[in-house]
Design a protein around this ligand. Structure first.
Ligand code: IMP
Ligand code: MG
Length: 332
């Protein structure tokens, strides 16, 4: 079974939580990270501990899975090594030798670039690293002495494995191809690119799970329909802060249906995960059974299915990876 998890909005849809749940229930042989690089931040609450990750996939929480970073991801060795230590994954964590290495110069350039003000980049060096790669003067992570013990051919490994779970980063509206250009990240982040990031071909993918949050947030600049102010967002309990940059996230209380429909199409979504249902619909905190959800919550989920024409299989009802309704067995 090969499954890809993507974000359907502007990142921060709660992919980390969905990913950790899937890793713990399905025990994939490999959990692999695709996407851009350490500009992404996922927070995972597992066994009472919060983990903030930028390089490793949230699926690390299953100690039986191998943890890998695919060739398409730009890797910052400093961030990577810190996370290996924090998560205790040494011995089962690997990086494709072809990953672009993020250098100090890339980070400097990102901070100095006029884009950092215009777009509000994360200043993590990702954009300049991708630029180097396109210019053909990037260095590979496989050539970094301190990374030697982690190097593997991820593309070959995912072909040998019986089950692979690929975790994407960012969200569809931040795709350099399909998002709100130029207010986007430096790569396409749709399912096809994520497959390529780890070395899988499109015909080998069984499922694409598109994650959406029950309301919409965005960090950084760019168009954002239905935006409300911080005060109003706080009142609705929707106000969030960026994991990587700490910036307050912008909030739009509604779902942007046309964008979501398009995102489901381009990603080839076969399942939808909806997160933070407990925030939008109080009374659903920690629920694990569909029949225990409030009528209002169920009506909302019906609307998601009707508009996107894809079944909602996973429903987030709280921060812990166990706070979830999983209907995959029932619906697929
Ligand atoms: P960059 O990816 O650092 O170049 O930033 C480009 C834009 O994408 C900025 O608006 C960032 O805030 C946004 N962005 C990049 N990565 C993420 C993410 O993981 N979540 C949310 N926004 C992101
Ligand atoms: Mg994030």
């Amino acid at each position: 079974m090969r499954t890809i998890l993507v974000g359907g909005q502007y990142g921060d849809e709660g992919k980390g939580k969905i990913s950790s749940h899937i890793a713990l229930t399905d025990t994939p042989e490999i959990v692999a990270r695709g996407g851009v690089g350490p500009n992404a931040g996922h927070k995972v609450l597992y066994n009472g501990n919060w983990y903030s990750l930028r390089m490793l996939p949230s699926g690390f929480v299953n100690a039986s899975s191998k943890v890998m970073i695919g060739a398409g991801v730009s890797v910052d060795p400093e961030v990577f090594l810190k996370e290996v230590e924090m998560t205790g994954t040494e011995g089962r964590v690997f990086v494709d030798r072809r990953c672009t290495e993020i250098t100090a110069k890339h980070k400097e350039d990102d901070a100095k670039s006029s884009l950092s003000g215009k777009i509000g980049t994360t200043k993590t060096g990702c954009g300049p690293a991708v630029t180097s790669r396109a210019r053909r003067d990037a260095t590979f992570i496989g050539d970094s002495p301190k990374m030697q013990k982690y190097i593997i051919d991820v593309a070959r490994e995912v072909h040998k494995a019986k089950s692979v779970f690929v975790e994407g980063s960012q969200g569809f509206m931040l795709s350099v191809l399909y998002g709100t250009y130029p207010f986007v990240t430096s790569k396409d982040v749709s399912a096809s690119s994520l497959a390529a990031d780890v070395g899988l071909g499109p015909t080998s993918i069984d499922h694409v799970i598109m994650t959406i949050k029950s309301y919409t947030t965005r960090v950084g600049n760019g168009p954002f329909p239905g935006e409300i102010g911080v005060e109003e967002a706080v009142k609705l309990n929707f106000q969030e802060y960026g994991t990587v940059t700490g910036r307050p996230r912008r909030t739009s209380p509604e779902l942007h249906w046309e964008d979501l429909k398009f995102a489901a199409e381009v990603n080839g979504a076969t399942q939808i995960a909806v997160t933070k249902m407990d925030i939008r619909f109080p009374g659903n905190e920690g629920k694990k059974k569909y029949s225990d959800l409030t009528t209002e919550a169920r009506r909302f989920l019906d609307q998601v299915e009707a508009r996107l024409e894809v079944p909602v299989t996973l429903i987030g009802t709280g921060p812990d990876s166990a706070h979830i309704v999983d209907r995959r067995d029932e619906l697929l």
